[in-house]
Design a protein around this ligand. Structure first.
Ligand SMILES: NC(=O)C1=CN([C@@H]2O[C@H](COP(=O)(O)OP(=O)(O)OC[C@H]3O[C@@H](n4cnc5c(N)ncnc54)[C@H](O)[C@@H]3O)[C@@H](O)[C@H]2O)[C@@H](O)CC1
Ligand SMILES: Nc1ncnc2c1ncn2[C@@H]1O[C@H](COP(=O)(O)OP(=O)(O)O)[C@@H](O)[C@H]1O
Ligand SMILES: [K+]
Length: 499
């Protein structure tokens, strides 16, 4: 499913109209009806429903929604919150259809009148502003949004909660706090940002009849279960351990043996054929009982970098430490040009001095920072990154020729050519030390088994997050979940794909 900016959404509407001959009124009818039916899951016949209608096309959708619900026998009051002269075009046309269907609407004169209605209502539908919002809400919208947010009432939003910018980069806004948002056609960037996503509540997407074959490809999409099903590598009856990748994991230390142990075990649990670990010799006794299938390798004179030949993938950084000796390890790996490389945690910290070398690598390089690590790599603040993660990821991945997995509740995976995928699986049970180490192991394994790196990374993120989701639905809670539980839970996720 595509993820769009406001501009891209307008472009889609334009293409649908020009290339397929659909007209705006038709699309508005489709949108309003699809959203109204989508809302039925959240409303009941005995509910009193207030529909708030703004000046633009989002308001036009509101007239269609109100008419559809009234036709179905629901108890609906439609409130146009702007003077009549402000509704124009398709929205005005749908207002006329609404009236001609025998339904009256109320015009907002004072917010007290509306407040009296809201006090009696059980549900309020926000069809005031959509992707056309610019800057902070002006009156009367700001006042109405405050009234709605104060009431204990079910709040449903059309396309996006009024006031929330569709695009990333905006921080100064006030908005309708929805419990549920019915998004039209394609989710907007703001559905995935830490500071805007909470306004949406739960959400889903309704289809309004835009012609998929004609639409421009913005190369930014949500990666879901169906995509994983399509691209997850299988296991052939005649395969052998060499068919599934021989990986090397470099990291861990005497005081941090667990990280690399979890990465290695997660890689094996996700199908890697062979995993070798290069670590501090003092850490081996702690690691080997936890991951007996792994072998251990040493560098010359007991050094940290063994012979790098013969591996299908290398992951470095988990629990590695950050001193100058380890910096040399990272430098050597970056200069090595034959094996796909994944860099995480301490490895990312040490990588900063060699960013300029990344472009020279001839095989894939994958960086898996959380926003703090990405801030370190870019010199930006965490807040700047969270405000516009799509653009900063794209800029960085293109500039350095790397695959970037920017982790978070919505993880953004960006390719060196700027393609982006978003994975929203996972839950706050993963907000615990070790989750990232497990993810690195899964990603390393997927990279070695899938030729298409974007698919490998997107699938790996999905397997990690959906395992955590399965575990908190059954057996665990978000409080007690451990990263190691996710490793053991992978078998349950894989079984849902093979069955
Ligand atoms: N063909 C289309 O374009 C379709 C559009 N649809 C709906 O149309 C919406 C977009 O329509 P519009 O482009 O009319 O945009 P909006 O419906 O978001 O409204 C724009 C209006 O809001 C006002 N406004 C902007 N910022 C404001 C602020 N900060 N405070 C107060 N008023 C503000 C503008 O002056 C303008 O009158 C979508 O979100 C979707 O709901 C659907 O009907 C499907 C088809
Ligand atoms: N609240 C959350 N919801 C969903 N996923 C989360 C959440 N918090 C963390 N995660 C996921 O958990 C992992 C944490 O990685 P990271 O921050 O590197 O952890 P650590 O370094 O402690 O191992 C990432 O995959 C991230 O997407
Ligand atoms: K809205």
């Amino acid at each position: 499913m595509d993820i769009v900016t406001a501009q891209e959404m307008y472009e889609r509407d334009r293409v649908a109209m020009e290339a397929a001959g659909l007209d705006g009124k038709m699309l508005m009818e489709n949108a309003g009806r699809a959203v109204a039916y989508d809302f039925l899951r959240h409303i009941q016949k005995e509910h009193k429903i207030v529909v708030l209608i703004g000046a633009g096309n989002n308001g036009g959708d509101g007239f269609v929604i109100a008419r559809t619900l009234l036709n179905l026998g629901y108890d609906v009051e439609a409130w146009q919150v702007v003077p009549d002269a402000k509704t124009t075009g398709d929205a005005e046309a749908h207002k006329r259809i609404f009236q001609a269907s025998g339904h009256p609407y109320r015009l907002l004169k004072s917010s007290e009148d509306l407040n009296t209605s809201l006090c009696r209502a059980d549900v309020c539908i926000d069809a005031m502003l959509g992707i056309g919002v610019k800057g902070r809400l002006r009156e009367p919208y700001a006042d109405i949004v405050r009234l709605c947010n104060e009431r204990s009432i079910v709040r449903l939003a059309v396309d996006l909660p009024s006031g929330v910018p569709a695009d990333e980069g905006e921080e100064d806004f006030e908005a309708f706090q929805a419990h549920y948002t019915s998004i039209i056609e394609a989710p907007k960037q703001s559905a995935f940002l830490q500071h805007t996503q909470p306004y949406y509540g739960e959400w889903s997407v309704v289809e309004i009849g835009l012609p998929p074959k004609q639409l421009p490809d913005h190369r930014r999409r949500l990666w879901g279960r169906a995509d994983v099903e399509r691209t997850l590598p299988g296991r052939e009856a005649h395969s052998h351990k060499g068919s599934h990748g021989k990986g090397l994991v470099i990291g861990g230390s005497r005081l941090m043996p667990g990280s690399v142990a979890m990465t290695a075990r997660a890689a094996l649990r996700s199908g890697a054929g062979l995993i070798a670990v290069s670590t501090d010799s003092e850490a081996i006794p702690a690691i080997s009982p936890y991951v007996q299938e792994a072998t251990f390798v040493e560098g010359e004179n007991g050094g940290r970098v063994p012979d790098l030949g013969g591996y299908d993938g290398i992951a470095v950084g988990m629990g590695l430490g950050r001193n100058s000796m380890q910096e040399t390890v990272v430098e050597r790996l970056v200069r090595e040009k034959e094996t796909p490389l994944l860099v995480d945690a301490d490895g990312l910290y040490l990588l900063k001095g060699f960013l300029g070398e990344l472009k020279n690598r001839e095989v894939p390089t994958v960086l898996t920072p959380h926003p703090g690590e990405f801030a370190h790599l870019t010199g930006l603040s965490i807040q700047e990154i969270l405000r516009a993660p799509f653009s900063y990821s794209k800029e960085f991945a293109e500039k350095h020729g790397v695959y970037l997995v920017l982790k978070g509740p919505s993880t953004i995976i960006t390719g060196p050519d700027g393609e982006q995928r978003v994975d929203v699986s996972g839950n706050a049970g993963l907000a615990k030390g070790g989750s990232g180490d497990v993810l690195s192991g899964i990603l390393l394994s997927m990279m070695m088994q899938t030729e298409h790196v974007m698919d490998a990374l997107s699938n790996g993120c999905f397997l990690h997050g959906s395992t955590a989701d399965l575990l908190v639905q059954d057996g665990h809670s978000k409080v007690d979940l451990l990263a190691s539980d996710v490793i053991e839970g992978l078998s349950r996720t894989f079984r849902t794909f093979s069955s």
